[in-house]
Design a protein around this ligand. Structure first.
Ligand code: 0X9
Ligand code: ZN
Length: 754
């Protein structure tokens, strides 16, 4: 399907001309309101709860506990009547104010790195539109934006089409949307994270390039535009669209308005209800235009309607009246999506049938699944709900939510559109040292229609246009394969692609068109002058006034308290702020891990992996995890990084030359501080390295293990190469591996790098 691209100028004109955002009216007050989670034990109890409820937050009532918004007085009544309940939000007004203040405070600080939105704050509609336009503006060859139509109030519903260059008419389509429910603010950034990744990682990430060159993506980050605008201007916890129902009530639930068992169970005919279904299926302009748009797609394979909250991956059937022919396959995909989410940041999203949560007739993803024959999913984002305002999670949840939901989108798309799934870690195509010989490990997994692969091959060449040579790929079991890639001189490249065959005999290259456009890794002469994987201590100092939780080097004990479960690089050990059972976090002050002095007078980059968990989210003056840099041997320190996102290993690097200036007296330190003994802050670092620019043309022939440094470890590497008769053994360059190469190795070692 082809649609025209609208220009940015056109977009901005539409924004300027519409009724966005700045509505003058006072926000609705939630004074005296609480949110409670009720565990009901009978129909009578539930009926009583609903009678006293102001607004239903669970949006449907099933067998499990239900979250409702209710006045403090009514909560007291229920308590007296002996109904089992737990207060989730004690003071909803205070919580809404807290959120508004946090958003405003963050917006007052310039932090966006040039983007219209980022993942550290919530943003109003106009910023989301600006971000979509920004991405399209960056790569018009990869993305275009257009309205699929207008909302009830005449606002544009923007959709971005992302796909690789070339004719997309034969590519299957995948559709993603968020914020069909206005108050579910954390969902739009997830859809935008996908878009950003598709556009910005296309050149550098083979997985993304493959998914762009073989799939036609349609992403609608803010579907219920009117409701979203209203949730910002007037009523933070608004859910529906803004239909005037004519009797003093407003709003139709756009997730009960689709022509799939419309009017069935779990949808209300009462106009004031949060799940009001509308006057007929597709009575609303929003559902009409989305329906008409999706009907133009000729091969829609998969769809996610992104919601919050509860951490779920739901699929059809959504009511007991619906019949789902492909039940097992849907559940299998949902389980893989859930696994991908779990692997991202450790959050578990339960994969299950919608109907097992509660019946909901007329829901969007049941329509895409059962009427269009795509695989339709409803993802419910963070948090689980217990103890938190589910629609207003702290802004520090936005990034991890976006990351994990994006992982689910990608896996879903692969399972539904790829003949086979290739998993190639980034480390396989990271920059090579010159002459490096690198073992890579990758997986070839089944997709839905082709559960097994055979004929796995790797093709590689050095620099440019020559023909590819097949490299042996060794099966390691469980769909895993190993191969060795060899780099040549610096300023050349290592180029390669993978190949496998499906059960039906189709040969699949990864990435698609890999023989024409392979994966390209640079080869550099940069030298690794420092490398710490946590296994030995290369001279760090631990200091600080913390009364507990000082830095130590250990294998993560994984005793709970959200310590990391493993180190980062797989060597076993890493640096941790205490590693004991129970109270292992930082308390009573700061603990500082300080490096020895390094000479980076011709420039240098510090790379590391870090991990943190701050259970209280009060990162601030006396509660922080930072990286500091000294260029004068440790007399003066500057803050280089201040981390606030909990939950998983992340990598970062500091270009010392450009950020602080070249110096022969570099020291870095990792400082973790926590003063309140009631708070929990746990941190870890691993895989710390420093790379300095080398002169291209410099060779270290005796660097037999190819790590860029001459060290005694190269001797054992040479012995191993000699025993294996491998090319690295040939130190006198006579083309053979012989005992004469031993004295050549010694001579080369003494000659150093030149
Ligand atoms: O009720 C909904 O529309 C969705 N949940 S939300 O809390 N975000 O409103 C879930 C609908 C999923 N489908 C079924 N449960 N059948
Ligand atoms: Zn929802």
């Amino acid at each position: 399907m082809k649609r025209t691209r609208s220009s940015i100028a056109f977009t901005l004109a539409v924004i300027a001309g519409s009724t966005f955002g700045q509505v003058a009216s006072e926000p609705k007050s939630y004074e005296g309101q609480q949110v409670i989670r009720v565990t009901h034990h009978s129909g009578e109890e539930l009926a009583r709860v609903l009678e006293l409820t102001e607004s239903l937050w669970s949006e449907g009532v099933g067998r499990g506990p239900v979250d409702v918004q209710m006045s403090r007085e009514n909560v007291e009544l229920l308590r007296k009547e002996g109904i089992e309940l737990e207060v989730v939000v004690d003071d909803l007004q205070a919580d809404a104010e807290r959120e508004r203040a946090e958003i405003a405070a963050k917006r007052a600080v310039a932090h966006l790195g040039g983007d219209a939105i980022d993942y550290s704050n919530y943003y109003p509609f106009a910023d989301h539109v600006a971000f979509m336009n920004q991405l399209v503006g960056e790569r018009p060859d990869l993305a275009s934006i257009s309205t699929i139509g207008q909302s009830l109030q005449g606002n544009p519903i923007w959709t971005v089409n992302a796909t690789g260059p070339g004719d997309a008419s034969n590519r299957p389509q995948v559709a993603i949307n968020a914020t069909i429910h206005a108050r579910e603010w954390i969902t739009s950034p997830a859809a935008e994270y996908l878009l950003e990744s598709l556009v910005r990682d296309y050149d550098s990430n083979p997985r993304i390039r493959n998914l762009m060159d073989t799939v036609d993506w349609y992403v609608t980050p803010v579907f219920n535009v009117d409701g979203y605008l209203y949730s910002w201007s007037t009523e933070r916890y608004w859910r529906k669209n803004r239909r005037n129902n004519g009797n003093g009530t407003f709003g139709v639930d756009l997730n009960r308005n689709w022509d799939i068992d419309w009017g069935g169970n779990g949808a209300s005919s009462n106009t004031s209800d949060e799940t009001y279904r509308g006057t007929s299926a597709f009575s609303e302009p929003e559902t009409q235009v989305m329906r008409d748009f999706l009907l133009t797609l000729d091969d829609l394979r998969a769809h996610v309607d992104t919601h919050s909250y509860s951490q779920l991956v739901l699929h059809a059937p959504g009511t007991f009246a619906q019949v789902t022919p492909n039940q097992a396959a849907l559940q299998a995909v949902a389980e893989d999506m859930s696994d991908a989410i779990l692997a991202t940041n450790g959050a578990f999203y339960t994969p299950q049938r919608g109907v097992d949560l509660y019946e909901a007739a007329g829901a969007f993803s049941d329509w895409t699944g059962l009427v269009l024959g795509a695989f339709g999913f409803t993802i419910e984002a963070r948090p689980t709900g217990g103890g938190l305002n589910g629609f207003s999670p702290p802004a520090s949840d936005i990034l991890p939510a976006a990351e994990e939901i994006n992982a689910a989108y990608l896996v879903m798309a692969e399972l539904r559109t790829q003949p086979l799934r290739f998993v190639l870690p980034e480390s396989a195509y990271a920059t090579f040292q010159q002459d490096e010989s690198r073992s890579i490990v990758f997986s070839v997994l089944g997709a839905l229609n082709n559960p097994a692969a055979s004929g796995v091959k790797v093709f590689a060449r050095q620099s440019g246009s020559g023909s590819f040579t097949e490299i042996t790929a060794t099966s390691m079991g469980n769909g895993m394969y190993g191969a060795t890639l060899n780099a040549g001189d610096c300023d050349t490249t290592v180029e390669f692609y993978l190949q496998a065959m499906t059960t039906t005999g189709t040969v699949v290259d990864f990435p698609a068109n890999g023989a024409t456009v392979p994966i390209v890794a640079d080869v550099t002469a940069d030298m690794l002058v420092f490398s710490d994987n946590g296994e030995t201590d290369p001279g760090w100092t631990v200091s600080g006034n913390a009364t507990d939780g000082q830095w130590q080097r250990a294998i993560p004990a994984n005793f709970g308290r959200s310590d990391p479960t493993t180190d980062f690089d797989g060597s076993g050990r890493c640096w941790l702020t205490d590693n004991g059972e129970s109270n292992s976090d930082v308390d009573g002050g700061v603990t500082i891990l300080t490096s020895p002095v390094f000479d980076v007078s011709s420039g240098g980059t510090v790379n590391y992996a870090y991990w943190m968990n701050d259970e209280t989210n009060t990162i601030g003056a006396e509660d922080y995890f930072r990286v500091e840099v000294s260029t004068d041997g440790g007399s003066n320190w500057s803050i280089a990084r201040n981390y606030t996102t909990s939950g998983s290993w992340r990598t970062d690097s500091i270009d010392i030359g450009s950020e602080f200036g070249n110096t022969s007296q570099l020291r870095i330190r990792f400082a973790a501080a926590e003063n309140d003994p009631g708070d929990v802050l746990e941190c870890a670092v691993d895989a710390i390295s420093i790379v300095v620019p080398g002169e291209c043309g410099t060779t270290c022939v005796a660097d037999t293990n190819g790590d860029g440094i001459l060290s005694p470890a190269d001797f054992s590497a040479w012995v191993a190469a000699f025993n294996a008769m491998s090319p690295a053994c040939d130190q006198n360059a006579d083309g053979v591996c012989s005992p004469a190469d031993f004295s050549a190795w010694v001579a080369n070692y003494n000659a150093g790098c030149n």
